[in-house]
Design a protein around this ligand. Structure first.
Ligand SMILES: Nc1ncnc2c1ncn2[C@@H]1O[C@H](COP(=O)(O)OP(=O)(O)OP(=O)(O)O)[C@@H](O)[C@H]1O
Ligand SMILES: [Mg+2]
Length: 224
């Protein structure tokens, strides 16, 4: 990743308009790197913020370091229509890592005890897959998780283990059950919340220039 913004060049409109470098976010990255380096103690990190503010970008930057950090990354995303489907998130995790769905079917039911059992069985199976490396489970858009999956995810992180949960959430607004889930991880003292705020104006200008592969922003742009 280059941080050279001074060389003007033509904008290539055929490539996706994604900023080639991460702008700002040093503070957020510092916390994330620390949690990645100590992924073996588990817990959860939540990236909270408005749509488009840069939550997913931070997850991508962190997961790009997985190899160096010697962790086993798994990434899934919740979708809005799946919120009404029980176990949709957990099913996705199970399928993504190639585990058998029997894990869920054998324990079907929605009592708290059952959901915790599923969580513990899933954690054991996930941790077994990673050949001793800590597992980093990245869940995008957790605000759209179904309720039964949330209960299972809670039991994945409620005790120290080799599994670090990294989740993004839109906060506008947070559904009640998701807010309760966050409060519970907070009560258990296993979570860190990072509020991702909009970039400063000068950084927005840098982002636009870097995305369009233009020369460094002239100072007057940054004060608009
Ligand atoms: N700090 C940054 N540096 C460079 N590009 C960024 C930065 N933050 C965000 N972007 C870019 O802005 C766009 C939107 O960011 P992103 O997808 O991470 O937002 P989000 O918070 O996950 O949004 P949503 O809630 O819709 O999922 C992406 O193209 C991303 O690469
Ligand atoms: Mg996102």
């Amino acid at each position: 990743v280059s941080s050279d913004l001074t060389t003007p060049g033509p904008t290539d409109w055929s490539r996706p308009l994604v900023c080639p470098i991460l702008i700002g976010r040093q503070h957020e990255l510092k916390i994330l790197r620390y949690r990645l380096a100590s992924a073996w103690i588990g817990g959860a990190v939540f990236l909270l913020g408005d749509p488009g503010v840069g939550k997913t970008r931070l997850v991508s930057e962190l997961l790009a370091m997985s190899e160096t950090a010697d962790v086993f990354p798994v990434r899934v995303a919740c979708l809005e229509p799946e919120r009404a489907e029980p176990y949709s998130l957990i099913t996705k995790i199970v399928e993504t890592v190639g585990l058998s769905l029997d894990l869920l079917c054998d324990r079907a039911g929605s009592s708290t005890g059952r959901l915790r059992q599923i969580g513990h069985a899933l954690r054991t199976s996930l941790v077994r897959l990673t050949a001793g490396k800590p597992l980093v489970l990245a869940i995008e858009d957790l605000q759209w998780s179904d309720q039964s999956s949330l209960a299972v995810v809670l039991s994945l992180v409620e005790r120290p283990s080799n599994l670090l949960l990294l989740a993004t959430l839109r906060t506008s607004p947070l559904p009640g059950d998701v807010a309760k889930f966050l409060a519970e991880t907070n009560r258990l003292r296993v979570s860190t919340e990072i509020v991702v705020r909009p970039l400063e104006r000068a950084d927005v200008a840098r982002l636009i220039y870097a995305t369009l592969n233009l020369a460094a922003p002239v100072p007057s742009w940054t004060t608009l």
